[in-house]
Design a protein around this ligand. Structure first.
Ligand SMILES: Nc1ncnc2c1ncn2[C@@H]1O[C@H](COP(=O)(O)OP(=O)(O)OP(=O)(O)O)[C@@H](O)[C@H]1O
Ligand SMILES: [Mg+2]
Length: 335
């Protein structure tokens, strides 16, 4: 079994996930390679359906019911067990999974309204997370919750703690969601399009807040988004996904200034002024993404690629090549 480098928190190797359905098999992840470093923010970008959410859900083993991991490793450096664990191989009933969810790894979803129950106060729901993962009394859990709500900018946290989700505004719910996700100081926070439902001003505030807390708690964040402007604001590194693969990864500078993969180049061309864009979505690229049931031979991008090398790109899957220590690309142009 492979191991982790000193600065790595998680490494995903050749992860394959599929959904065997009556109509055929959906190949959601076709061999994802991804590394998340300690205390870093990695942005994951790609068009709709490329596998961003399925990758993040695989890490927590909360795939939709029909989804299955067919192959690959998700190596995680666990504080709880003080060892490196392959999450992909854990049994779904393994009690350790409960421990990592919300404890060592937590997740914020796109729509915070659905993430809080309507029947319990915000405070009770956050306290429940504390009590599940930490050996503290109810009073202490309540104090911790008030402090955390205060930290994420909820005014009058000591009264607001007893309110319900519908009594919070959208921006406040998202802040409360962040409080719940971070209250146990997880090593990894997964944020799946956490700001798309917020207006631009609130979005900027929430991003700043997440970045500040990430630094304060020495956490890592896997930040999923369609928005390259957001990546430029929050991330240290970027992974570009296409059709169930990570096709290029590197630092923000590598990806924005020295993109190698033709798909990355296209994404960047589709957005004229990187860093100055707000709310741009990645939908301006030529051609169609192949259907989920299709078996694609060769490079996943070859059918849309202007630089396709005939006789090669449609026949073989390119290996990942290191441009330097951090910058990697899967493309025959660089072999
Ligand atoms: N419950 C499911 N049943 C069958 N296929 C699914 C299911 N959930 C996801 N998929 C498929 O898995 C692939 C990856 O989906 P995923 O949700 O990870 O995309 P995404 O990159 O998060 O897209 P978006 O930007 O739209 O959120 C897609 O082909 C999708 O159709
Ligand atoms: Mg998604």
């Amino acid at each position: 079994m492979s191991t982790l480098k000193d600065n790595e928190l998680i490494r995903i190797n050749n992860l394959k996930v599929s959904f065997p359905l009556e109509e055929g098999t959906v190949r959601a992840l076709r061999g994802v390679d991804l590394s998340i470093k300690k205390n870093r923010v990695i942005g994951v970008v790609g068009e709709s359906g490329c596998g961003k959410s399925i990758t993040s859900r695989s890490i927590l083993r909360i795939l939709p019911e029909s989804g299955q991991i067919d192959e690959g490793e998700i190596l995680f450096r666990s504080k709880e067990t003080n060892s490196i664990i392959d999450i992909a191989k854990l049994d779904l009933k393994d009690p350790y999974l409960r421990k990592i969810r919300g404890g060592e790894i937590s997740m914020i979803f796109q729509e915070p309204m659905n993430s809080f129950s309507a029947y319990h106060t915000i405070g009770n729901q956050i306290m429940e997370v504390v009590l599940e993962h930490q050996d503290v009394s109810k009073d202490v859990a309540r104090e911790m919750t008030i402090e955390m709500l205060h930290k994420v900018g909820i005014p009058n946290a000591s009264t607001r703690i007893d309110q319900y989700a519908h009594e919070y505004s959208g921006g406040m719910r998202q802040r409360a969601m962040i409080a719940m996700a971070l209250i146990c100081h997880p090593a990894l926070l997964i944020a799946d399009e956490p700001t798309t439902s917020l207006d631009v001003t609130i979005q900027a505030q929430v991003l700043t807040l997440m970045k500040d807390l990430q630094e304060e708690f020495d956490s890592s964040i896997m930040f999923i988004t369609h928005n390259l402007g957001v990546i430029a604001q929050i991330a240290d590194e970027v992974a570009i996904m296409y059709l169930g693969h990570v096709v290029e990864r590197g630092t923000v500078k590598d990806i924005f200034h020295y993109p190698k993969h033709p798909y990355t180049e296209n994404l960047l061309k589709a957005i004229p002024k990187i860093g100055k864009t707000k709310g741009q979505r990645l939908d301006a690229i030529e051609g169609m993404v192949p259907g989920s049931f299709e078996i694609v031979h060769g490079c996943p991008f070859h059918a849309r690629c202007e630089k396709m090398i005939a006789g090669k790109c449609e026949q073989m899957v390119p290996r990942e090549i290191s441009i330097d220590d951090e910058h990697r690309v899967s493309c025959f142009l660089y072999e």
